[in-house]
Design a binder for this molecule. Structure first.
Ligand SMILES: Nc1ncnc2c1ncn2[C@@H]1O[C@H](COP(=O)(O)OP(=O)(O)OP(=O)(O)O)[C@@H](O)[C@H]1O
Ligand SMILES: [Mg+2]
Length: 364
């Protein structure tokens, strides 16, 4: 799939913008703080219904404006889809697909699939387990929208159960507790099965990419690290465990084990990448993990996602830039850069270059 056109009104530092993109490579050039990332943020927003850098939607509205609008037109083998975001000050945002307002954010998943690599992506290696869970959850949600709903149902049951663990009356309602435990076990086991499959697929591609980028030096291995250990996707074993650990959970005041505590193990030559990897190796691992979403999505849907690369070029040498773009040549790619130096030498076909200055875009 590819994005044909983006339209923004009073979105971040853009007052009014309409750009048509190349179905292949798009380079958004410009100095710092001109609006390059804001443009990618709009695409991310239309993919997932949230920004990749803030959870406060109102920050997306141009300062001193009453409302913001972003629209992305997507062309896929199934036809054209228009995704829109609308937001007014002090009101919740709304998302629309082909003119129909969505009741649930989950219904947005899969209409555009995009994979974004930005400086923050390093968190999937260096950050907390929560960062890695967010990475898995977003990736799997756009791959299989059903996962989004299963995970939401699990989280809802978890919240309800945790509330029961801290009753106002001081008395634990064991009958309701059993009902929530059964829900957690059923929904949680499904969530874990999706995650296990996803990480298995991701590992195959990420280890190859890491080898390629490190010129044969780094052996990267990813594995799913469920907090429940071995018996993780067996619903009965999970329910058993929840029942047995009830006293611990009551003492703690929350549910100690389950998919909400999962992690991804990232190993480099049998050592933990987080503790032993160099900065460069960690960056490459984050890039390999993220870029591997592309072939995983392509295999599942016979259609490649849109690749968004924010600021990756500054840290790659000419050869690696070319390799990266050639490896991804089957998808539409939108990348930002502060410098066009050397890009002409890459000799890339079907490229459109844009220059961004203070929220205005010129075609070069
Ligand atoms: N709600 C908003 N209204 C108006 N301007 C905003 C808003 N939010 C952010 N900005 C402005 O947008 C600019 C940042 O844009 P962006 O992050 O896209 O920059 P960039 O071109 O990616 O820069 P860099 O190369 O440093 O990453 C800043 O100047 C910021 O002040
Ligand atoms: Mg930026």
């Amino acid at each position: 799939m590819f994005i044909d056109e983006i339209k923004l009104i009073n979105f971040r530092n853009y007052e009014s913008l309409k750009v048509r993109l190349s179905p292949k490579l798009n380079i958004i050039a410009g100095e710092n703080a001109q609006g390059k990332t804001n443009l990618l943020e709009a695409i991310f927003l239309c993919t997932f219904g949230r920004s990749h850098r803030t959870s406060r939607d109102e920050q997306l509205i141009k300062w001193d404006s009453p409302a913001a609008y972003a629209a992305v037109n997507v062309v896929s083998p199934f036809g054209k889809t228009l995704i829109e975001y609308k937001q007014r000050v002090k009101e919740p945002k709304t998302m629309h697909v082909n003119g129909t307002r969505l009741g649930r954010i989950g219904d947005l998943m899969g209409h555009i699939r995009s994979v974004m690599f930005s400086p923050e992506t390093l968190d999937i290696v260096k950050g907390s387990p929560e960062d890695r869970r967010r990475f898995m959850d977003m990736a799997i949600s756009q791959l299989y929208p059903a996962y989004f709903f299963k995970l939401s149902a699990y989280n809802k049951a978890l919240k309800q159960k945790n509330a029961l663990l801290r009753p106002d009356s001081g008395v634990i309602d064991t009958a309701s507790m059993y009902v929530f435990n059964a829900q957690l076990a059923g929904r949680g086991a499904e969530v874990m099965r999706y995650r296990r499959e996803f990480i298995k697929e991701l590992d195959i591609h990420a280890s190859k990419l890491q080898l390629q980028i490190s010129k044969g030096r780094d052996f990267l291995r990813l594995s799913y690290a469920p907090s429940l250990g071995e018996a993780f996707d067996d619903e009965t074993a999970f329910l058993d465990m929840l029942e047995k650990s009830l006293q611990d959970d009551i003492r703690r005041g929350f549910t100690g084990k389950g998919p909400h505590r999962d992690d991804i193990r990232i190993m480099l030559d049998d050592q933990d990448m987080r503790s032993f990897g160099s900065q460069g190796q960690q960056r490459t691992a984050a890039l390999s993990m993220k870029l591997s979403e592309v072939p995983v999505i392509r295999a599942a849907h016979e259609d490649a996602p849109v690749l968004l690369l924010d600021d990756v070029f500054s840290e790659l040498d000419g050869l690696r830039r070319r390799e990266l773009l050639l490896a991804m040549k089957y998808c539409q790619c939108i990348l930002t850069t502060t410098s066009l130096d050397g890009i002409g030498d890459l000799n890339l076909p079907d490229t459109r270059v844009f220059y961004v200055k203070s929220g205005m875009v010129e075609y070069l």
